[in-house]
Design a protein around this ligand. Structure first.
Ligand code: SF4
Ligand code: SF4
Length: 187
């Protein structure tokens, strides 16, 4: 069998599935590739690999392959996959765990914008208690060097009432406390 250049370059991490289980409590070896997770995923059309493929990569120890894809960043944490999985795997939790490992190992995603978006999103939730979409878009545009991107679309959505111009806050102090508690637990 001829081995492609891409296959030759795959580095295996035999401890990857074990690390996921240790940190999330989820056993990826329970997955038998039925594809129910992928078929119900609302973000599937934007992903490089399906959630099913992500589970397969984890089983095979293909850590880089799993974590360099945009899949983990396009996941909305909607839990649809977790609710549908016949093997009772909390796939959304596995994805969250991979996001943490990616940042710890400083693995570069194929698009730098996705981790940046995630960081901005979490910062906004931490300090405001809820998402403020115009703020995220403007910050993302400025930090990625395209300040005018989607401005027209954004204005149109604000005019139609689909986006709020001004931010609102929900228990920001409680959120800051919760984030600090999570950081302490991690240590
Ligand atoms: S639904 Fe569960 S068992 Fe089926 S492919 Fe997805 S993770 Fe695997
Ligand atoms: S939690 Fe993520 S992977 Fe699962 S269905 Fe929702 S968007 Fe897809």
């Amino acid at each position: 069998m001829k081995v492609s250049k891409q296959q030759k370059n795959v580095t295996l991490d035999p401890g990857f599935a074990g690390e996921i289980q240790r940190r999330s409590g989820e056993n990826v070896f329970m997955c038998y590739q039925c594809r129910k997770c992928a078929s119900g995923c609302p973000s599937r059309m934007f992903m490089d690999s399906t959630p099913t493929e992500l589970m397969r990569y984890a089983q095979l120890g293909m850590a880089d392959e799993a974590m360099k894809k945009n899949t983990i960043w396009y996941c909305l944490s909607c839990q649809t996959c977790s609710a549908r999985c016949p093997a009772d795997i909390d796939i959304a939790h596995v994805v969250d765990t991979m996001r943490i490992i990616v940042q710890e190992r400083k693995i570069k995603a194929q698009s730098n914008k996705l981790p940046l978006f995630n960081r901005l999103w979490m910062t906004m939730i931490k300090f405001m208690g809820r998402a403020y979409e115009p703020g995220i878009v403007v910050s993302l545009n400025l930090l990625s060097g395209k300040p005018a991107k989607d401005i027209g679309l954004g204005m149109k959505m604000i005019r139609k009432g689909k986006l709020k111009l001004w931010p609102s806050f929900k228990k920001p102090f409680a959120m800051i406390k919760m984030f600090a508690g999570a950081r302490r637990l991690k240590k």
